[in-house]
Write a protein that binds this ligand. Structure first.
Ligand code: KIV
Ligand code: ZN
Length: 528
């Protein structure tokens, strides 16, 4: 059996999904979830990109004990130093350095010759190897790189201390056959791979919908390190979805030579996918392989009949294999803290006592209004709690005046966590700011009042959706708001049994992300 090393880059490449911004508490929760899932390597971020990224990698490095924690760096000493500092307390640190090697990137993006790129690879790989025991090198846009030059760049990185070589299909351009040939050729011309000294890895994007197929083809060609993200999050069409890769390797391990195995606990897949969908605000489409709501649903009579006789007629894996089990105990207003905490843990969240106290109180509030609380309701409460830890502004109160003969008017009060005041008893509290604003309706008026408080008048609302999480008039409503500031997109989510309140919370969540991004230095331009 060949062991395949699984690297999850949800926190790095996954966060490059338009509109997705994870806060530090969310990143910590995701990292611990990934560790429970059994991923070998967690790519936690790009420390040189911003102070926020640096801090998130540092915190993840301190919390994760079993998985390798990896930081991304361009081939510059500054980026490598930032990674070194961020990973100082990691139990198992790894640096991932990358530089583009295709002519199109060298000429138009980096303005470098091939010789200059090789010199840069040699210098910075050696520098990284002087600080880290595990150095991973990626030749960005490898699949559009001249084959001889790719081999030269990879050899240069190996000679200077890289022990993991990653071949990214950066723009999702290659095909399974072509990728097989690229990797086989590298193995043929670079003996260090077959000598077991260097690991061959791949990182595939999904622009042509081929990311999973390309990953699998790479494994057939001898790759033993494979990267991807949960639910396939990532730039443009995303990265290879890890759940697809892992289940393909599990269900069809017989299709790969003497067999392959991973350390992934597949029963944790559903909880992980749901956590990521909830924290990213990017829902999983119902027909998505493995984790879509329809993946194990049989609709036609013939299929249902077959499955009732023998599940294997139409199921190649069991829902239980990915941890998709119905909960038999329903939570409601009589449920206690203990049952609630246990359900939270089963759902894949690693909440401490304080977080359980806060969310249990909110659970009770909702349970007072709603007879039965589903897992989706609980997930919404937990995600909202994680969001609330990050934001500068918190909703204190709101009042709406609206009707069919008057213009809607909203009066909103927010607590500003960055501006503190001391009350009469000497207690330090956030300053409360109130603004009133008119609008086309109650939601528009509330958003306008928030804009006035946060100085966000230039921010554009590009998307607004509201849906009931569960059925019934007492359902929790979830609002998803998308805003745009310049070229940056931010998504916010809010939950309440009152849809106006859910909308205000969602807008505030997006505004808090925008506010955080404008307060920290942004991702560096790709030039070295
Ligand atoms: O897609 C890509 O090339 C990357 C590299 C940084 C590995 O994400
Ligand atoms: Zn990528």
């Amino acid at each position: 059996m060949t062991k395949i090393e699984i690297c999850d880059t949800t926190l790095r490449d996954g966060e490059q999904t338009p509109g997705v911004h994870f806060g530090i508490s969310q990143k910590l929760d995701i990292a611990l979830r990934l560790e429970s899932l059994g991923v070998d390597v967690i790519e936690a971020g790009f420390p040189a990109a911003s102070d926020g990224d640096f801090e998130a990698v540092r915190r993840v490095a301190g919390a994760v004990k079993n998985s390798v924690v990896c930081g991304l760096a361009r081939c510059t000493r500054g980026d490598i130093d930032a990674c070194y500092a961020a990973l100082a307390h990691a139990a198992h640190p790894r640096i991932h350095i990358f530089i583009a090697t295709s002519d199109i990137h060298l000429e138009h993006k980096l303005h470098m010759t091939r010789e200059e790129a090789l010199a840069r690879i040699a210098e910075t790989t050696a520098y990284a190897a002087s600080l880290f025991r595990e150095v991973q090198f990626s030749a960005e846009d490898a699949t559009r790189t001249d084959r001889d030059f790719l081999a030269e760049a990879v050899s240069c990185a190996i000679e200077n201390g890289a022990s993991i070589i990653n071949i990214p299909d950066t723009v999702g351009y290659t095909t399974p056959e072509e990728f097989f040939a690229i990797l086989s050729r590298l193995r043929h011309v670079i003996p260090a791979f077959d000598a077991g000294k260097v690991m061959l890895g791949v990182h595939c994007h999904n622009d042509l919908g081929l990311a999973t197929a390309n990953n699998l083809s790479a494994i057939s060609a001898g790759a033993t390190h494979v990267e991807g993200t949960i639910n396939g999050l990532g730039e443009r069409a995303g990265n290879a979805p890890l759940e697809e890769l892992v289940m393909a390797l599990s269900v069809r391990h017989d299709a790969f030579g003497d067999g392959v195995q991973t350390n992934i606990r597949t029963k944790e897949i559903t909880a992980t996918s749901r956590l990521i969908a909830s924290l990213s605000g990017v829902p999983v489409s119902p027909n998505k392989a493995i984790v879509g709501a329809n993946a194990f649903t049989h609709a036609s009579g013939i299929h249902q009949h077959g499955v009732m006789q023998n599940r294997q007629t139409y199921e190649i894996m069991a829902p239980e294999d990915i941890g998709l089990t119905a909960n038999t105990i329903q939570l409601g207003k009589l449920s206690g803290r203990h049952a609630f905490a246990e359900r939270v843990q089963q759902m894949g969240y690693t909440f401490g006592e304080e977080a359980i106290d806060a969310t249990f109180a909110r659970f009770k509030e909702v349970a007072d209004k709603k007879a039965v609380i589903t897992d989706d309701d609980i997930r919404a409460i937990l995600s909202e709690y994680l969001d609330s830890l990050e934001g500068r502004y918190r909703l204190a109160t709101f009042q709406i005046q609206s009707g069919n003969h008057i213009k809607a008017m909203a009066l909103v009060t927010l607590a500003d966590n960055l501006t503190l005041t001391t009350d009469e008893d000497g207690k330090i509290t956030p300053v409360q700011i109130t603004e009133a604003a008119p609008g086309e309706g109650p939601v528009d008026a509330s958003f306008n009042a928030i804009d006035r408080i946060a100085g966000a008048e230039s921010v554009e609302l590009t998307g607004y959706e509201i849906r009931a999480i569960t059925e019934g008039t007492d359902a929790l409503g979830e609002a998803i708001v998308k805003i745009q500031a310049g070229t940056s997109l931010f998504t916010g989510r809010g939950v309440s049994t009152d849809i106006i309140k859910a909308s205000i919370k969602a807008y505030l969540n997006a505004i808090n992300k925008w506010d955080r991004a404008r307060g920290t230095s942004s991702r560096p331009a790709t030039e070295l």
